[in-house]
Design a protein around this ligand. Structure first.
Ligand SMILES: *[C@@H]1O[C@H](CO)[C@@H](O)[C@H](O)[C@H]1NC(C)=O
Ligand SMILES: *[C@@H]1O[C@H](CO)[C@@H](O)[C@H](O)[C@H]1NC(C)=O
Ligand SMILES: *[C@@H]1O[C@H](CO)[C@@H](O)[C@H](O)[C@H]1NC(C)=O
Ligand SMILES: *[C@@H]1O[C@H](CO)[C@@H](O)[C@H](O)[C@H]1NC(C)=O
Ligand SMILES: *[C@@H]1O[C@H](CO)[C@@H](O)[C@H](O)[C@H]1NC(C)=O
Length: 286
C-alpha cells in the first residue's frame, strides 16, 4: 500500500490548495475499491481517523487518484496529514509511507522573473518569463505585466512533485525608449475568507540599449555636401566624420566641399564616412 504526495505544500492563508495524490493497493483489494470508498485526511494516524475540517473535494478514487482540493486554508491546518482510504467493506487503510505538510502563511513567494537583469540592444527580441506557484487548480493566480506591452503567452506547468505553477512569457522588441524602463510582473491570488486578494510583484529594469543607430542624410549641392548622422545608444555614442580617411569633424552635422585642399588632389566626397562608437561597440556609414 503506497501513496504519492508532495512533501510540503505552501498555501496562502484564506485560499485553497490542490494536493496531487495517487495511491496503490495490493491487487487482492482491487475488487474492494469501488464507489463506497471515501477519502479521509488525518493528522495523526494513531488517533481515530478524522476528516479534515476543510471539506475536501477528491479525484476519482476508483482510478487510484486521491487528488484533493482543500478550501479556505488557515494557520491551524499547519500539520502533517496522512491519506486514509475508507470503503464500506474490508478496505480501510491509512497510508503512512508519505504525508503532506501544509505551510499556511500570509506571505507567499514573489513571482520569479527570468532573466533577472536585462541588457539588450536596439531591435533585439526580448523574452521575459514570470512564474508563480499555482497551489490551487480551480483558482490559479492572475499574472499581470506592467507596463502592458508585447505578446503574452500563459501556461500551467508541473513541478517534479506534481504541484503546479503558472508562467507568463512576455515577448517584445527592444528599442532605445526601453532604456531604464522598469518592467514588473504581479501575481494575484484570490482569497476565500473575505480578506483582500494577495498580490506580489517582482520587477526588473532594462539596463542598456547598447546599439548605435545610424540614420544619415545628405543634401548635395554642386560643390558641397551637407550631411547629418543620427546616432542613438547608451552610453551616448560619439560621432566622427572622415573624408579620404582623414578626420574632418566631430559633430552630428558636417558640411564639406570638394575644393582641393592645400593644392592637393580633389577631395572625393563619396568617401565621407560617419563613424560612431560607445563602450559597447561602433558602427560606421558612408
Ligand atoms: C463494493 O465492494 C464491496 C466488496 O467487494 C461489495 O460488497 C459492494 O457491493 C460494492 N459496492 C458497489 C457500489 O459496487
Ligand atoms: C487526478 O485528478 C485530478 C483532478 O482532481 C486531475 O487534475 C489529475 O490529472 C488526475 N491525475 C491523474 C494521474 O489522472
Ligand atoms: C516568445 O519568444 C520565444 C523565444 O524567442 C519563442 O519561442 C516564443 O514562441 C515567443 N512567444 C510568443 C507568444 O511570441
Ligand atoms: C545643412 O543642412 C541643415 C538642415 O538639413 C541646415 O539647417 C543647415 O543650415 C545646412 N548648412 C549649410 C552650411 O548649408
Ligand atoms: C598647406 O600646406 C602647407 C605646406 O605643405 C602647410 O604648411 C599648411 O599648414 C597647409 N595648410 C592647410 C590648411 O592644411
Amino acid at each position: 500500500f503506497e501513496v504519492n504526495l508532495p512533501q510540503t505544500v505552501q498555501v496562502k492563508k484564506g485560499s485553497c490548495v490542490t494536493v496531487p495524490c495517487s495511491f496503490d493497493i495490493r491487487s487482492e483489494y482491487n475488487g474492494n475499491l469501488n464507489d463506497t470508498c471515501e477519502a479521509r485526511w488525518v493528522f495523526n494516524p494513531s488517533l481515530t481517523p478524522q476528516l479534515t475540517e476543510t471539506n475536501p473535494v477528491t479525484g476519482i478514487l476508483t482510478r487510484k487518484n486521491c487528488t484533493t482540493t482543500f478550501n479556505d486554508m488557515q494557520p491551524h491546518h499547519n500539520k502533517a496529514y496522512n491519506f486514509r482510504l475508507e470503503c464500506k467493506n474490508d478496505l480501510k487503510y491509512t497510508f503512512t509511507n508519505k504525508k503532506v505538510i501544509f505551510k499556511v502563511t500570509d506571505d507567499f513567494p514573489s513571482p520569479t522573473l527570468t532573466p533577472s537583469t536585462l541588457t539588450v540592444k536596439e531591435g533585439e527580441s526580448v523574452s521575459l518569463t514570470c512564474s508563480a506557484p499555482a497551489p490551487c487548480l480551480p483558482h490559479t493566480p492572475t499574472l499581470t505585466w506592467t507596463p502592458t506591452m508585447g505578446d503574452i503567452h500563459e501556461t500551467i506547468q508541473e513541478n517534479q512533485d506534481k504541484t503546479k505553477f503558472k508562467t507568463s512569457v512576455l515577448n517584445f522588441t527592444a528599442s532605445q525608449h526601453h532604456h531604464g524602463q522598469k518592467i514588473s510582473c504581479t501575481a494575484a491570488y484570490k482569497k476565500q475568507d473575505g480578506s483582500p486578494d494577495g498580490s506580489f510583484t517582482t520587477s526588473l529594469i532594462i539596463l542598456d540599449i547598447s546599439q548605435i543607430l545610424h540614420s544619415s542624410n545628405c543634401i548635395k549641392t554642386s560643390n558641397q555636401l551637407n550631411c547629418s548622422c543620427e546616432t542613438v545608444g547608451n552610453p551616448l555614442p560619439t560621432t566622427h566624420w572622415y573624408l579620404n580617411g582623414q578626420p574632418v569633424d566631430q559633430s552630428s552635422q558636417v558640411v564639406v566641399t570638394n575644393e582641393p585642399l592645400n593644392g592637393s588632389h580633389d577631395r572625393d566626397l563619396s568617401t565621407l564616412l560617419c563613424f560612431s562608437s560607445n563602450s559597447f561597440g561602433s558602427t560606421s556609414k558612408q
